[in-house]
Design a protein around this ligand. Structure first.
Ligand SMILES: Cc1cc2nc3c(=O)[nH]c(=O)nc-3n(C[C@H](O)[C@H](O)[C@H](O)COP(=O)(O)OP(=O)(O)OC[C@H]3O[C@@H](n4cnc5c(N)ncnc54)[C@H](O)[C@@H]3O)c2cc1C
Length: 444
């Protein structure tokens, strides 16, 4: 089928206005949060699950790759298509139901967190805010099984999912999580698989009660190892923490140019912090703590932490972008993983930004580079490759929270059994291989 007749068959589904193929539109959809440029052939904007179904059937018939896109806040080039179509989910943006009695809400997949929070009673909230500005859509968050600092206490997005509506490549619309014998199992298949098995069109989430009081403690260290050790000591003490995140290295380049500052830990607790502050101060000599600050937070306002804001402001000011890698490893290997990141950064002469959530064994790290300078861009890609190989030796698992996206597509790793099974499932659900090709399975 020619491109023209293919596009005219899509126009019959969503109307002419909802197919964008002008150069300016293709550029507008060519990147996500960190500048990965790859223009799609066109963008399609459905408003109903039935339209999503018809689009997927047309794309399957014609072998056209299709990549769903929420708000494009991915750190790893998730919603990018090097050819074929982007399916923008932002027209599916209704909050369908809020049920304060059973503490659930149902939204269309293109609703972003900010839009849901506006509709909730003051005492309820949804606790995972991956980008720090409540801009991520529920479809994107489910597809990435997003995490954020409060995931230490509340879990990842997947742990708050009660049900999903999903459309698969053959045009079937599935309501998953209903009261049937396999209740609460099948929707899990679509959580964290980066839109490669189906398009999420509706999401039912569990809401949480807002804490009555919240305190943020900022602890500055000379050495990142001490920030990791403090987490171990606080958890051994049985301290109730909603989040504990370490911001490390060049994330502070512009905003906190104190030369002694090596790492900053930010923890959030739901009770009076006095005794905790005393405990931390007592450790000062042993752990080289530079400073401890306490701030009472307004529990009604997300985000509760400022680290992502440092990151964004810093990058805006320096005009740089970052090639990110997200991974988990055993807790006793976190120190080693951090030193491997430093080693690769130093070897490739690139600054690193690293965010560590020790309670989740999770590290999000990246190499910053000048996006207009091809040589530094190539060095950053090489650095990702080197780091990934080095972390594989440590038994790291890649893509936690953020997915692997385009950043890591093409890297070769040894195949694990769960990857082999995933490939079989993918073949059944998406036999033409059109759904978000190249994501999830590294080196596929
Ligand atoms: C400053 C900053 C900090 C961040 N920190 C974190 C963090 O701490 N933890 C974390 O997890 N993430 C983090 N992110 C990444 C990002 O916020 C999350 O990955 C988020 O879930 C993406 O949501 P989105 O709507 O923007 O999705 P997009 O970026 O548009 O898409 C993300 C992926 O989901 C797929 N997708 C989108 N919608 C659907 C759908 N309806 N059906 C099927 N697949 C779909 C896309 O194809 C793509 O693969 C951060 C981002 C920024 C900018």
């Amino acid at each position: 089928m020619s491109k023209e007749s293919f596009l005219s068959s899509l126009e019959k589904i969503v109307g002419k206005d909802n197919i964008l193929s002008a150069e300016i539109d293709r550029v507008a959809y060519s990147f996500s949060a960190y500048n990965i440029w790859s223009k799609p052939d066109f963008v399609i904007r459905p408003a109903y699950p039935e339209e999503v179904a018809d689009i997927l059937v047309e794309c399957s018939k014609n072998g056209i790759p299709i990549v769903p896109r929420g708000n494009g806040t991915s750190l790893v080039g998730g919603p990018i298509s090097s050819s074929g179509a982007i399916m923008s989910m932002r027209r599916m943006n209704s909050v369908l139901e809020v049920n304060p009695d059973d503490m659930t809400a149902t939204v269309e997949a293109g609703v972003c967190l900010r839009e849901l929070l506006k509709e909730l009673p003051e005492d309820l909230f949804f606790p995972v805010d991956p980008d720090g500005l409540c801009l991520s859509t529920f479809g994107g968050m489910v597809a990435e099984n997003s995490a954020s600092p409060l995931s230490l206490f509340y879990g990842t997005v997947g742990e708050s999912i009660m049900g999903l509506e999903v459309v698969t490549a053959d045009g079937s619309i599935w309501e998953l999580g209903a009261t049937i014998p396999c209740e609460g199992k099948m929707e899990k298949l679509f959580i964290g698989t980066e839109g490669t098995l189906g398009v999420i069109t509706k999401v039912k989430v569990r809401l949480r009660r807002r804490p009555l009081r919240l305190f943020g403690l900022t602890v500055d260290f000379s050495h990142v190892g001490d920030a990791l050790d403090l987490y171990s000591r606080l958890s051994y003490r049985g301290e109730l923490m909603l989040g504990y995140t370490i911001y490390y290295r060049d994330i502070f380049e512009v905003h906190l140019p104190d030369e002694r500052l090596g790492a900053r830990a930010y923890t959030i607790i739901p009770h009076e912090p006095h005794s905790l502050v005393e405990f931390i101060k007592e450790l000062s000599e042993e752990l080289e703590i530079l400073q401890v600050d306490v701030l009472e937070l307004d529990p009604r306002i997300l985000p509760y932490w400022k680290g992502n804001t440092y990151l964004m402001e810093n990058l805006k000011t320096t005009g740089k972008t970052v090639n990110f890698v997200s991974f988990t490893t055993n807790s006793d290997l976190l120190h080693e993983a951090v030193s491997r990141i430093d080693h690769v950064g130093a070897r490739m002469k690139l600054n690193t930004v690293t965010i560590i959530n020790p309670g989740l064994n999770w590290i999000l790290t990246g190499f910053s580079y000048d996006s207009l300078d091809n040589k530094s861009r190539e060095r950053a890609h090489k650095a990702v490759e080197m780091l990934a190989q080095s972390l594989e030796e440590l038994g790291a698992s890649f893509g936690y929270g953020t997915g692997v996206g385009f950043n890591m597509a093409g890297l070769k790793f040894k195949e694990l059994d769960n990857e082999a099974l995933y490939k079989k499932i993918k073949k059944v659900l998406d036999p033409s291989g059109i759904m978000n090709p190249g994501k999830v399975v590294l080196g596929d």
